[in-house]
Design a protein around this ligand. Sequence first.
Ligand SMILES: CC(C)(COP(=O)(O)OP(=O)(O)OC[C@H]1O[C@@H](n2cnc3c(N)ncnc32)[C@H](O)[C@@H]1OP(=O)(O)O)[C@@H](O)C(=O)NCCC(=O)NCCS
Length: 271
Amino acid sequence: MRLPDTNDGGPCADRKAVSPPCPTVAGSAAEIRVFFDLTTDNGEEWLAAASALLDGDEIARAKRLRFDADRRHFIAGRALVRRALSRFIDVDPADWRFVANRFGVPQVSAPAEGRRLRFSASRTAGLVMVAVTTAREIGADVERLGVYPSEVAPHFFSADEAEAIRRAPQADRSMLFFRLWTLKEAYAKARGIGLSIPLPGLSFRQFGETARLTIDPSLEDDSGNWTFRLFQPGPRYVAALCVDVGRRPPVTVEMERLPVCRETPPHSCGP
Ligand SMILES: CC(C)(COP(=O)(O)OP(=O)(O)OC[C@H]1O[C@@H](n2cnc3c(N)ncnc32)[C@H](O)[C@@H]1OP(=O)(O)O)[C@@H](O)C(=O)NCCC(=O)NCCS
């Protein structure tokens, strides 16, 4: 996996320093493209530019959000999804239309040529991310590293996972907790059923950038259907991808920082 240099300053302030070169998606051999942007310290102009990409349903949903931080993240996340999809198909970011299935998973409804794209979006304090691919099921999750709620471990982790967290050196526990958590959420999102699945029935062992999953038989799934990737879109963040492999060859992943805001500097690659 190719990881860009990054930090977590504001997206407009430091983009010049941290943006990787701008490969065109069409020319990329990677099957999965992960786009992200940092959202801290952005002003009203930035928010207005991002909002201008959203459709009426999205604006209405943003207005219903009670907390300003949630509203800003929702707007930034949806704007990023639109800009990311427009890297694959030559469509104005504002022209994408979506439908959500009965579990809430959004999919492209128009334009029709975009329906083959699969994406999974995630947001956390200060960062929005979306993973895009074609014709494979995909789930993505990102979390900001921090103090983890140790009391949730027995409810959400398998006995082996809880034991691994307990045994880890103090300095490594937070990272391990969030790695396991993002893996579970990425899997739940790839299956489209969300966090209503019994999470202790998923047991991950993580090895560097990958992980191995054991699934409780009650969840009626074969872990061989899925492959996982772990990465850090910034030093304070951890993210996971879960991808349907089926009988297809190993999955390649590339990451790119894609500015959410419209006023893109000359070197950047916004559509
Ligand atoms: C999907 C879910 C895991 C998202 O978790 P989260 O940490 O709050 O949010 P993230 O930022 O990582 O992801 C949000 C995105 O996931 C996607 N999403 C929503 N529901 C989804 C689902 N069932 N499966 C896959 N992806 C889903 C959407 O793109 C959403 O972005 P949006 O809010 O702009 O529409 C969680 O909301 C969930 O489980 N929802 C299903 C309902 C449910 O089971 N509720 C019980 C909760 S205990």
